[in-house]
Structure formats: structure tokens, C-alpha cells
Design a protein around this ligand. Structure first.
Ligand SMILES: Cc1cc2nc3c(=O)[nH]c(=O)nc-3n(C[C@H](O)[C@H](O)[C@H](O)COP(=O)(O)OP(=O)(O)OC[C@H]3O[C@@H](n4cnc5c(N)ncnc54)[C@H](O)[C@@H]3O)c2cc1C
Length: 447
């Protein structure tokens, strides 16, 4: 029986008067909010509860800009309030088969633990990045604002700044730092970027790498590639030893060091470990959980994990370069649609096999292709936009990024109109990206 036909039949037959299932969504960001949106807009009878450590959604791809302009945070965040769903501001500390133990956050720092029962759970707790680029310890929006303001003061007072990491985050960060104001009587500030690879942005096409490096050098950033950074024995000097054995570069007295060396271990998944839902072999070294293509946990088919906190086979093939905001959005939607299918099957007393559920990435993107799209801003008026091997540079790239940012923040603040517009544009864009990728791949000569 074809999957699509069975799915439609099942969903149509769900009785509106049936007792609604309880769905718990953990994580109020790209994956979690798109799952919530899909569930509350569906016709399926569901009670949806969102639990999030932060009381706000933050459009992370624009957060680096807040280091230079902390007020910009108001433009890229929206508070989580609930409405069509119940919102609990708290951290899940233990996830059991049908119950979550949540430490609820109060402004007066009271510690209250609540137990939330569920029939299905969508786990979307992301991964960790070093602070200040990630909101790891800010549970309230005011704390995040304070962190940006303090970091800005520190970097404004620094004469030499060191950015460690030459991936998209390191490049965007170094570019933002070049736009910091310099006090009239101060000597110009130096910005150095160090990365262990021999080029910046190694996962992106060659023209993007070249453009980023030229842009940074033209703005006076010292780019040191092919070197690993370590502290010297006296702990005052940082030594960058290059892989090709040339003399190590010494950085004396960098006043501020900003780490952009990728993700750090995500401890949130300890909650699943405590609840006996995952074992150590189910986790990768960064604490992400391996899931089936249907996004279900291998040991619990009513629990899904999506976005940055999970690893699907296609992520491993792409060396995790597929861990992006738009991938998290689509994975969240797919997990929610699978929850609806499972729920409908249980009500209809039908057994669903694994291949009757939707699979990632085949059913998440148009033409079943994972779109290789990346947008990197270089300060406030330049950028690099990559669609597969196609590279577009200049103002248009940064304009595209700001448009996506605005639409996405409005959509997650509960505006149906913006959510529809965002979804429509995204679909059209992914479709175009899939065609461009297919055309370029067809042109590549056989090796
Ligand atoms: C500086 C920076 C720039 C980036 N730029 C881009 C870009 O240009 N384009 C792009 O596509 N991607 C970009 N990314 C990557 C993108 O932001 C991530 O892929 C995306 O945020 C993943 O979304 P997510 O929903 O899986 O997790 P996250 O966004 O990490 O959200 C996780 C959520 O879970 C909550 N949470 C965590 N633990 C718990 C718990 N135990 N209980 C309850 N709640 C919990 C957190 O509070 C948070 O709300 C960037 C990332 C960074 C850090």
C-alpha cells in the first residue's frame, strides 16, 4: 500500500471527539517551534506542551551581530508565551518513557520540580556552542542581553582580539569585530583569526573561501591558517603551531579571545540517559543521539529527536555540515507529522511499519534532496550566499539573510501570515536549490 495514501486515509479517519493525545516538545528553537506549529495547526486532536530552558526564541544565525550592537537582540528574539499550546519555562532533567521531570525556572530562583506526563515526545534541545555565541546559561532574555552588553564592553576595551576558528561562525565573528567603533584617542584595534585548516570555510565552494579570506584581509584582519592554538607553559602566550612545521607564531597578550571552534558537548541528553532511554552507544562524541530516518529513538518509537541534538544517517555522510537552522525546522516538522501518523494509527488500531512513516531527508525537502544552502554575512553590508556550488557575493547575500531572519522571527512569534509566507518562500527556494544542485552535478565530469 503506498505510504502517502495510507497516511491521508489514517489522518482523515481520526475522530475529532477522540481523547486527545499529549505531546511534549522539548526545546523552544528552530526544531521545537516548527514541531509545535505543525501540531497545533493540524486537525489531529492533540494537547501540546512546550518546555524550554529559555523563555525566548533567538534567531541564532544573527546573534553575532549582537556583539557589536547588543540592542539588535530585540529584533532577533521573541518571547515564548504559549497560546494554542501550553508553555513551561523549565529544563527537562530526566526523561522517562512517559514522563518528564522538569526543573521550572522562576525569576526569584526558586527550584520547583514538575512532572509532565506524555504520550509522545519530540526532543529538540539542540547542541552546545561556547559562550557568548550561544545562550547556554541565559534562561531569561534579560540575562542574554546582559551577557551581550558585558562582552561588548570587554571587546571594546581590548586592543587585540583573537578569534579561534575558521568556519562560518569564526568568519562572521571576525567580520563583525571589524565594525566595532574605535575610541578617538585609542590606537587601532587588531583582529586576528586563527584556524587549524589551511583555508577558511573548508566545507564551502572555492570562490566562497577565497572571497571570505580577501574580505577579512582587506579589512585588516590577520588571518593565520593551518595552525593549532595552545597555551604556553607560562600561560601568558598562545602558540600557534602550523602543521607544515614552520616556526610557531606567538600571540602575546591577546586581550580577548573568542572561541568559534564548533559545537561543544551537549549535556541536555543526560536527561534521556537518566531515564534509561539511551545508552552510551546511542550517542556520538558530542552527545548527539543517533536516530532512525523516521527521527524515532532506536529504543522508543513514541519519542523523536530532531535538529542539532540528533544524528541521522545523512548527517554522518555530510560530516554534520547538514546541522543548520533550516534543516532543524524541516526535521521538527517531519517529527510532528510522524507523531500525528502514529497517533492516528493507534486510534484506528492499525499497525504501522517503519517504512510507512515519513523519512528524513527524503520527505522533508522538495525532490527529496537536502539543499546545500549557506548564507554568511560579512559585517552589515556584505556577504556570501552559496546554493550548492553556485556562489553569490555582495549586498544581496546579506539582504537575503536579513529577510529570512525577519520572516522567521515573526513566524515564531505566532503570526500565521508570516509562517505561511516563510514556509512558501522556503519551499520555492529549496526547489530552486535542488534544481541548481542537480544541474551542476550533471555537469561534473566523471572521475
Ligand atoms: C553563531 C551561530 C551562527 C549560525 N549561523 C547559521 C546560519 O547562518 N544558517 C544556519 O542555517 N544555521 C546557522 N547556525 C546553526 C543553527 O543555529 C542551528 O543549527 C540551530 O539553532 C539548531 O536548532 P535546534 O532547534 O536544533 O537547536 P537550538 O537552536 O540549539 O535550540 C535548542 C533549544 O532547546 C532548549 N533546551 C536545551 N536543553 C534543554 C532542556 N534540557 N530542557 C528544555 N529545553 C532545553 C534551549 O533553550 C533552546 O531553546 C548558527 C549557529 C550559531 C551558534
Amino acid at each position: 500500500m503506498p505510504t502517502g495514501w495510507l497516511n491521508r486515509k489514517l489522518l482523515r479517519n481520526v475522530s475529532k471527539s477522540a481523547t486527545a493525545a499529549h505531546v511534549l516538545v522539548v526545546g523552544g528553537s528552530f526544531a521545537g517551534l516548527s514541531a509545535v506549529d505543525t501540531l497545533v495547526r493540524s486537525d489531529s486532536p492533540m494537547h501540546v506542551t512546550l518546555v524550554s530552558r529559555t523563555d525566548f526564541f533567538e534567531y541564532l544565525p544573527s546573534s553575532l551581530h549582537c556583539l557589536v550592537r547588543p540592542d539588535y537582540l530585540d529584533k532577533v528574539t521573541t518571547s515564548l508565551r504559549g497560546g494554542d499550546y501550553k508553555f513551561v519555562h523549565g529544563t527537562v532533567v530526566t526523561l522517562r518513557r512517559h514522563e518528564a521531570e522538569v526543573r521550572v525556572h522562576y525569576r526569584d530562583e526558586r527550584v520547583v520540580t514538575e512532572l509532565i506526563p506524555f504520550d509522545f515526545c519530540i526532543w529538540a534541545c539542540g547542541t552546545g556552542y561556547p559562550e557568548p555565541i550561544y545562550n547556554g546559561s541565559s534562561t531569561f532574555l534579560e540575562m542574554r542581553k546582559k551577557m551581550f552588553r558585558e562582552t561588548r564592553v570587554n571587546i571594546l576595551n581590548a586592543k587585540s582580539l583573537l578569534v579561534v576558528g575558521g568556519g562560518p561562525v569564526g568568519v562572521e565573528l571576525a567580520a563583525e569585530l571589524t565594525e566595532l567603533p574605535v575610541a578617538a584617542l585609542c590606537a587601532p584595534r587588531s583582529v586576528t583569526l586563527v584556524c587549524s585548516t589551511f583555508e577558511l570555510l573548508v566545507t564551502l565552494p572555492e570562490r566562497a573561501r577565497w572571497y571570505a579570506e580577501m574580505w577579512l584581509r582587506n579589512k585588516g584582519v590577520r588571518v593565520v591558517t593551518g595552525g593549532r592554538l595552545a597555551k604556553s607553559e607560562d600561560d601568558c602566550t598562545l602558540i600557534c603551531t602550523s602543521h607544515d612545521g614552520t616556526v610557531p607564531t606567538r600571540f602575546k597578550g591577546a586581550d580577548a579571545i573568542l572561541w568559534a571552534t564548533g559545537t561543544i558537548k551537549n549535556r541536555a541528553l543526560n536527561a534521556m540517559n537518566h531515564g534509561g532511554l539511551v545508552a552510551s552507544e546511542d550517542l556520538d562524541p558530542n552527545g548527539r543521539v543517533f536516530v532512525r530516518a523516521t527521527l524515532q529513538l532506536p529504543r522508543a518509537r513514541h519519542i523523536f529527536a530532531c535538529g542539532d541534538c540528533s544524528v541521522v544517517a545523512c548527517d554522518q555522510q555530510r560530516d554534520l555540515a547538514s546541522k543548520t537552522a533550516y534543516a532543524a525546522i524541516e526535521a521538527g516538522r517531519l517529527a510532528a507529522r510522524n507523531v500525528m501518523l502514529l497517533d492516528a494509527a493507534i486510534r484506528a488500531d492499525v499497525q504501522l511499519s517503519l517504512n510507512q512513516l515519513l523519512r528524513y531527508p527524503e520527505h522533508a525537502f522538495p525532490l527529496g534532496t537536502f539543499p546545500q544552502v549557506f548564507c554568511i554575512s560579512l559585517g552589515k553590508s556584505d556577504g556570501i550566499f552559496c546554493i550548492g556550488p553556485l556562489v553569490i557575493t555582495g549586498k544581496i547575500a546579506v539582504l537575503a539573510k536579513r529577510t529570512i531572519e525577519k520572516l522567521n522571527v515573526r513566524a515564531f512569534s505566532g503570526s500565521r501570515f508570516h509562517m505561511h509566507l516563510f514556509t512558501l518562500l522556503e519551499r520555492v527556494f529549496f526547489f530552486i536549490a535542488a534544481i541548481i544542485q542537480a544541474l551542476f552535478e550533471a555537469k561534473l565530469p566523471d572521475i
